[in-house]
Design a protein around this ligand. Structure first.
Ligand SMILES: N[C@@H](CCC(=O)N[C@@H](CS)C(=O)NCC(=O)O)C(=O)O
Length: 206
């Protein structure tokens, strides 16, 4: 398989899941700042011009974090990346969708790509503040739903990889995490695979 990723981005969550599953795959770096995602070759594979993209062994490309994560969990069920019962699976998808759609899609996107949300530079600060508000409220909602063990459910699931990448962004941008999210982040940072992936993506762990 081939995973198209950008270090330190949402694809880091998929990278973590693939290494948790011990899968053999080629990592292809996509430089978003250079516009690699807009080349005809990339658009032929993923017309949305986003990462992550996973090209599977049958040659088909899968996009969207939740879809890729779900496909990985269902394709390699022994790893139990989904609880396996309808209610548990729905809870995992519920949180993952909120993280990707709201905290990332509505919140961090306003902070990282402010110019896509404001026509005039004079409005940038307001858009960023709006993004901060969405992110802060999003983490507060997630905080109240985490399990006492520290993960989203009793054990590690695909939702934890999603939550981790936005917590990583919060850490890198100086946004403080509420208590349970911080506990979750630190728990994730103790996982050998998470540490390895961050190092592979060029981050130093102190
Ligand atoms: N809904 C998409 C969002 C993916 C996304 O927005 N990825 C960002 C990087 S974290 C991206 O590719 N941005 C393209 C760009 O900035 O041009 C998903 O779940 O995969």
């Amino acid at each position: 398989m081939k995973l198209y990723l950008t270090p330190g981005s949402c694809s880091t969550g998929i990278h973590i899941l693939m290494e948790e599953l011990d899968l053999v795959f080629e990592a292809h770096l996509v430089n978003l700042l250079n516009g690699d995602q807009n080349t005809p070759e990339y658009l032929a594979m993923n017309p949305k011009a986003t990462i992550p993209t996973l090209v599977r062994n049958d040659g088909t490309a899968l996009t969207e974090f939740p879809a890729i994560a779900y496909w990985l969990a269902r394709s390699y069920p022994k790893a139990r990346l989904l609880p396996g019962d309808p209610d548990g699976d729905a809870r995992v998808i519920e949180l993952m969708d909120y993280v990707v759609g709201t905290i990332h899609g509505l919140g961090f996107t306003r902070i990282f790509t402010t110019d896509k949300f404001a026509l005039h530079e004079a409005d940038f600060d307001a858009v960023k503040a709006q993004g901060m508000d969405i992110v802060t409220r999003g983490f507060a909602v997630v905080n109240d739903s985490l399990s006492p063990q520290g993960y989203v459910m009793d054990t590690f699931s695909i939702a934890d990889a999603a939550l981790f990448y936005v917590e990583f962004w919060a850490d890198k941008t100086g946004i403080s995490l509420p208590e349970m999210c911080l506990k979750h982040y630190l728990l994730m940072l103790q996982r050998p695979v998470v540490r390895r992936v961050l190092m592979e993506e060029g981050y130093r762990l102190d």
